[in-house]
Write a protein of this length. Structure first.
Length: 493
């Protein structure tokens, strides 16, 4: 155990910088756009990590709620070969051509694909854990993920976020989506399991590095709230370091453990003022579970969103991009008991979330895509999209040269006039350069029918590029401010 702790700490002790999000003087590649665009997306809940309330066909032989209950009962009743066939039929039929066409036609850019550690590399990483005895059932899972999900998605210019939703040794939280009964969040107390999972993340990165349409690798889902960053950050550092051995560009997604500012500070601390470790922080937004939300009316919840979704982040989130990896339009029945027109309020709730996520996050993923029986109401992406509750980010037509020049002149003059009034020495050309670069990058993403999503990563990379070409300055902050203003004006924030 002591040796495992030392190994884990060694892997986590020096997190390497990620590579640049785009190369100096070059337009971003297709792969770089997939990695950095704003991802309006949806989660494929109960695809590779079963949840009975979404898809229950594989729970025919059990009263349990978890993947382990489903697979163990089917193997016991039918044997491993028939169980494998049943699972593979589910995976292959979860998504079809009609679904891909619908997603594409509704401007979906990305899929968050929850998987279990048992799905990776024919179940080889399940050795020593609960799912080891069922490895043969999952022997083809990874190839199906690539052939039936990643590759077809690319045909529709849709990316895949690989979300390792379920981890071993008790899971990252105590919920059924950890894959086992009686999950207890014990993963962060098991250093050996953390080492193995960090290695697995490196294996995933290496195996998928030739696919352009991988948005990132999420190394944990919904880590439980912890007052200290010590245990999760050690695993995060080790996982990032393993991934970077094979791919220095792939974004690595971590859970904020329901405390976004805590993990923004951690990323900022690891990066310093000008480094970049390629991390995106995942925040989940639900307003149907806490006693506080249940006590509010729908209007109160909607009105409170502006003040409590990704707000009060350290240093204005400098250097840190967020996604909203899960959200819904669901409110608790106690909220609805307080009155109001439900259809109108659901639409208002969803619209408000869509607007805020567009402004404050680099992407958002609705939970969830489809249900086996009927529709899932306010949990159902298609239903909420058809109701007009979920709105994709508006695409922007690049302004012509005259429009750009007018906006640049106005922003530049405002910047110059303000700082001249403050006295001191400035380098106003850096503001102009940052502003211009933001417009140029915005236009590049528009050509791909996309918006720039990882704005913090992109700004930091472009700012470092400028320093390399023009030299450093105490006024480099003007470039960064110009970049922010340029994006704001380009997208009309």
């Amino acid at each position: 155990m002591v040796f495992d702790k030392l190994r884990l700490k060694k892997r986590a002790s020096s997190i390497p910088d990620a590579g640049p999000v785009a190369e100096l003087g070059k337009e971003p590649s297709t792969k770089q756009i997939y990695q950095s665009r704003e991802n309006f997306g949806v989660c494929f809940g109960s695809s590779f990590v079963l949840e009975r309330w979404i898809f229950d066909d594989l729970f025919s032989e059990t009263n349990g709620e978890t993947e382990y209950d489903a697979v163990s009962s089917l193997v016991s009743k039918f044997g491993a070969d028939q169980a494998r066939t049943k699972f593979e039929n589910h995976w292959k039929n979860y998504i079809n051509d009609d679904d891909w066409n619908w997603l594409s036609s509704h401007q979906v850019k990305s899929i968050r694909l929850p998987i279990g550690y048992w799905d990776v590399d024919g179940g080889s990483f399940a050795k020593g854990y609960d799912f080891e005895k069922f490895a043969s059932v999952y022997s083809n899972a990874w190839s199906i993920i690539k052939q039936n999900y990643i590759e077809p998605a690319a045909n529709y210019q849709i990316s895949i976020l690989i979300d390792v939703h379920a981890l071993p040794a008790g899971g990252a939280n105590s919920n059924a989506h950890s894959g086992i009964p009686n999950a207890n969040g014990g993963f962060f107390k098991d250093t050996s399991a953390q080492i193995n999972m960090a290695k697995m993340m490196g294996w995933i990165a290496n195996d998928l590095k030739n696919y352009d349409n991988i948005a990132g690798i999420q190394v944990v889902n919904e880590a439980e709230f912890d007052e200290s960053t010590k245990a999760p950050s050690t695993y995060y550092g080790a996982a990032i370091s393993e991934i970077r051995k094979y791919d220095d560009s792939i974004p690595v997604y971590i859970s904020d453990g329901w405390w976004p500012d805590q993990w923004a500070k951690w990323v900022q601390s690891e990066q310093g003022s000008d480094g970049y470790i390629g991390v995106v922080v995942d925040d989940h937004v639900y307003r149907c579970f806490s006693d506080s939300d249940k006590s509010k009316s729908a209007d109160q919840i909607i009105n409170d969103l502006n003040g409590d979704v990704l707000t009060n982040i350290s240093d204005n989130s400098n250097g840190v991009d967020f996604i909203v990896g899960e959200y819904s339009c669901v409110l608790d029945q106690q909220t609805w008991d307080k009155g109001g027109n439900r259809d109108e309020l659901v639409k208002k709730f969803g619209n408000t979330q869509s607007q805020l996520f567009d402004q404050r996050a680099s992407g958002s993923y609705f939970w969830t895509f489809k249900f086996q029986s009927g529709n899932g109401g306010e949990w159902d992406f298609k239903t909420m999209t058809n109701a007009g509750a979920i709105i994709p980010p508006q695409q922007v037509n690049s302004p012509n040269q005259n429009e750009f020049q007018q906006k640049l002149n106005e922003a530049y003059n405002n910047h110059v006039n303000y700082w001249k009034s403050q006295g001191g020495s400035y380098d106003f050309d850096r503001f102009k350069a940052g502003y211009t670069q933001a417009f140029t990058d915005g236009a590049t993403f528009s050509k791909f029918n996309s918006r720039l999503g990882r704005r913090q990563a992109w700004k930091r990379s472009r700012s470092n590029d400028y320093v390399q070409s023009k030299g450093n300055s105490n006024n480099q902050w003007e470039y960064d401010q110009g970049f922010d203003e340029g994006l704001k004006d380009y997208y009309g924030y």
